[in-house]
Design a protein around this ligand. Sequence first.
Ligand code: 13P
Length: 133
Amino acid sequence: MLTRRRVALIAHDQKKDDMVAFARDHRSYLASCELVATGTTGSRIAKACPDLKIRRLKSGPLGGDQQIGALIAERNVDLVIFFVDPLTPMPHDVDVKALMRLAIVYDIPLALNRATAEAILEQEEAATPATGR
Ligand SMILES: O=C(CO)COP(=O)(O)O
């Protein structure tokens, strides 16, 4: 049986519109995945794509990044798509770095911008033509 890909979606505020557009563009593939997201990112995607089932965690600054980090450490995530804003200081920067560090430690694919996320999903969509765009 084909196992569902477990994908974590996260976007900083300045990148949320980008994330929503990305999720819309790839919603048929994403619908075949188990989705988890930080709080506000998850709400924004769910509003734009009501067909997607998303498990929403806490908002990033309130522990959401740490929760995603824990899922990575427990090997419960296969892919992290995290649209990072490199131009705005974040109060929870240490949490962001910890999440990235764990993705590296556990060798989980980590897309930090849209170009990388597009490249990864293009490959995955090609491998699962039934869910292609
Ligand atoms: O801050 C975030 C990631 O560091 C994202 O959190 P939200 O999706 O709750 O805005």
